[in-house]
Design a protein around this ligand. Sequence first.
Ligand code: 10G
Ligand code: SF4
Length: 315
Amino acid sequence: MLARNALEILLASPRGFCAGVDRAIQIVEQSIEKWGAPIYVRHEIVHNKHVVQRLSDLGAVFVEELDECPDDRPVIFSAHGVPKSVPKEAAKRNMIYVDATCPLVSKVHVGAERHYSEGREIILIGHEGHPEVIGTMGQLPDGVISLVQDADDARNFMPKSDKGLAYVTQTTLSVDDTVEIVSILEARFPDIAKPHKEDICYATTNRQEAVKILSQRADLLLVIGSKTSSNSLRLKEVGLREGIKAAHLIDDYSDIDWNWFDGVKTLALTAGASAPEDLVKGVITACNEKFEVTLTEVNIRNEDVVFKLPRALEQ
Ligand code: 10G
Ligand code: SF4
């Protein structure tokens, strides 16, 4: 038998599930336990096809809009948050609903409302069409929040009035892109009000920081996560921007093209905030079958954030 090539795997830590994802998945599981199947979920609870498949197998039915749900079954709102009109409509229909919006997204909602009540015009830094952006914009009347997606938008933004400005952001953005966008806005509008604490959440920040460090030491980066997962896509971009030769976003080991490993001595491996840890193990096992693997976990920070479940589901 031919000797296998050596492969060093640098495993990022933190990686994978954040506290908001963990809570949202528990909300679906416990709702099924409490009320039985089917339970309806408005939008993918988190953007991961394996998570969605497993919960579907347990009895969750994923839909995009509330009008696809019957009145007499409970419905859960995804971790990304929903416009105010959604719980309002559910209440009007006397539905049982559980809101799995991450508390850190709710915090952004509250920040936007505070700025609005203090009379400011609000900019949301984020990506058009993403459910979190739709949810945050939907906390306030139509047209109140203006979306700024990139540095060019920040350069071209024109306030509608001289009431004063504030910005809030999506929680899963690139930290570096956002610094650039904010610095353009602050240079143009020195009095712009900012969030009390950064809106980009601890999990996004930590996963990006770990990828930066690993990308300087590896030839290939694999990010485990679905194509719809914004924070996972950002991890791939962060690696490429840090100068790694190649980076790929994969749902699981079966997406790997082994030609990617030609000439690769060191692999950096991470997982987005919605990707389960067993998928990481699957990639390591697949690598073990092809290479003589040495595995090193590189921990840049410990995370101990845990969110309580909504009262309706507390044991
Ligand atoms: O990264 P995005 O926002 O696309 O979502 P995800 O489901 O892949 O990861 C968890 C992050 C959220 C629920 C958004 S706060
Ligand atoms: Fe909450 Fe951050 Fe996870 Fe989004 S990525 S669910 S804001 S902890």
